[in-house]
Write a protein that binds this ligand. Structure first.
Ligand SMILES: Cc1ncc(COP(=O)(O)O)c(C=O)c1O
Length: 483
């Protein structure tokens, strides 16, 4: 093949496609490019033909080539460099083992996303992902803890039950029925040590290595990291004002086996997944026998009207696995979460849950939470926090905008625990976030949350621990002075 029109490489990857095959043309090209990269036939930095030239050469629609390129770029295999053309991503590292496993896209391993698990030694203003630590009812907690310790029997020294304390599983099922509209029994609730453990349980129980999984882009980086470490292939799917663009997911990877979504408040943009999108997602999952993980990490915190019912409440065909966590509604150090699985999957989860010992949170913690819920403290605490966060949110926005003096505006969503402050220019957020951290303010750069090459520059800042207007005003001033 002679690519005289462009200085791009010649490779079997770009040989004519099989029009009679049941595999869509874009998918054939996508598979071939990946296989050629894995075989070393295409090397990092090699230029690929332009979509226009390749479409002409192969006699297919340009959109077919663009779709394949877009998918490859979104997974980090290709890098679009504007006028300079598109190349095999220079940071791509070939897979170490000479097997058929896909090579690692650079965004995931070669150049890992900034460590979203990193925490400063002490809680800093605007730190993401933490509830109001000053407002936790520690006295009640201490009383329940002391009562448990006084009443402890020898049997309580044993391993806790493998799927969670029965009292806790029942309390969670009752709570979800009322608060999130989910109709489930206690036997469908599997206690875990956190969201990641819940996701790992899903991968162990329902997935096969190499299965594709839609993830939101931008999205919570640990989700895609964990899926990849579990042998799955995350496919970043764009989000827009209505949440996950389901039709884009279907175009990019119709055969995916899993979609991980944050329907209540998209992480990190905080918009809700619209009702038509919820239906489209469930329809796709039902038609394809795929699974949907609903990551409902902060669904309770909505400031206009009541919290939206969970996606799981609409699921009539048993496709949704609902992942809840106590990190935001109580405190993250508790390491306690749960997964609600469809009735037909209970046996599969009981099997892997026993092997994996997913409910490894100490029995004392599980017992205290069960009592905390049964005595009504949990619902009261959430109501109090909803009110407190609504106040802190408004106060933070007002003070921040005073400091910014109209240079930038926040775009508050009706729910969530943080604000998004968009900045001009791509990736300008990372140096600014580092500078702010040096001033003791733990804001995050949103560009770190993107899996694809597309990035928008924004700062993410939590208001849950913002207790004085001075902090937010100072932050606004520092940002303004850096623009
Ligand atoms: C998007 C998202 N999902 C889930 C969680 C809960 O994770 P964990 O249960 O490990 O604390 C968080 C916490 O920050 C989160 O931001």
């Amino acid at each position: 093949m002679n690519w005289t029109m462009t200085p791009a490489i010649s490779s079997d990857a770009f040989a004519p496609l099989a029009g009679e095959s049941s595999t869509p043309l874009y998918r054939q090209l996508y598979d071939r490019v990946r296989a050629s990269i894995a075989a070393g036939d295409l090397a990092p930095g090699d230029r690929v033909p332009s979509a226009r030239a390749l479409a002409k050469e192969l006699g297919v629609a340009r959109g077919t080539i663009e779709l394949a390129y877009e998918l490859l770029a979104s997974e980090g295999y290709l890098l679009a460099r504007g006028q300079a053309g598109t190349v095999i991503h220079p940071a791509l590292q070939p897979a170490a083992a000479p097997d058929s496993r896909p090579v690692a896209p650079p965004g995931e391993r070669a150049a890992p996303a900034p460590d979203t698990l990193w925490r400063p030694a002490q809680l800093l203003p605007f730190q993401m992902g933490v509830p109001a630590m000053d407002a936790f009812p520690r006295k009640i907690w201490a009383r329940l803890g002391a009562r448990y310790l006084r009443g402890m029997q020898t049997a309580d020294l044993d391993y806790p039950p493998p799927h969670g304390l029965p009292a806790l599983r029942s309390a969670i099922a009752s709570y979800l029925q009322v608060a999130r509209g989910i109709d489930c029994g206690a036997h469908q609730v599997f206690v875990t040590t956190g969201y990641r453990a819940s996701l790992q349980l899903v991968a162990l129980a329902l997935m096969q290595p190499g299965d594709r999984a839609w993830v939101e882009d931008p999205g919570y980086p640990p989700t895609r990291q964990l899926l990849r470490e579990s042998g799955l292939l995350p496919v970043p799917v764009p989000v827009d004002d209505c949440g996950l663009a389901v039709e884009r997911g279907i175009a990019l990877a119709p055969d995916a086996r899993l979609a991980v979504v944050t329907p209540a408040h998209q992480s990190p943009l905080s918009m809700s997944l619209s009702l038509p999108r919820r239906h489209a997602l469930l329809e796709w999952a039902t038609a394809r026998n795929a699974w949907v993980v609903e990551d409902d990490y902060d669904g309770e915190f909505r400031y206009a009207g009541r919290p939206l019912p969970a996606l799981a409440s609409l699921d009539r065909h048993g496709r949704v696995l609902y992942a809840g966590s106590f990190s935001k509604v109580l405190f993250p150090g508790i390491r306690l979460a749960y997964l609600v699985v469809p009735q037909a999957q209970v046996a599969a989860f009981e099997r892997v849950g026993r092997i994996f010992f997913a409910a490894a949170t100490p029995a004392i913690t599980q017992a205290i939470v069960a009592e905390f819920m049964a005595e009504g403290h949990f619902s009261r605490h959430i109501q109090r926090m909803r009110k407190l966060y609504a106040e802190r949110r408004m106060a933070t926005i007002a003070a921040l905008e005073r400091g910014l003096q109209g240079r930038l505006r926040t775009e508050p969503q009706p729910g969530g625990m943080h604000l998004v402050l968009r900045l001009p220019g791509e990736r300008s957020d990372q140096p600014l976030a580092e500078k702010l951290l040096a001033s003791g303010m733990a804001v995050q750069a949103m560009s770190c949350w993107w899996a694809s090459q597309r990035t928008e520059s924004a700062l993410l800042l939590s208001f849950t621990n913002c207790t004085t207007a001075t902090q937010a005003e100072r932050l606004g001033i520092l940002i303004r002075q850096s623009l």
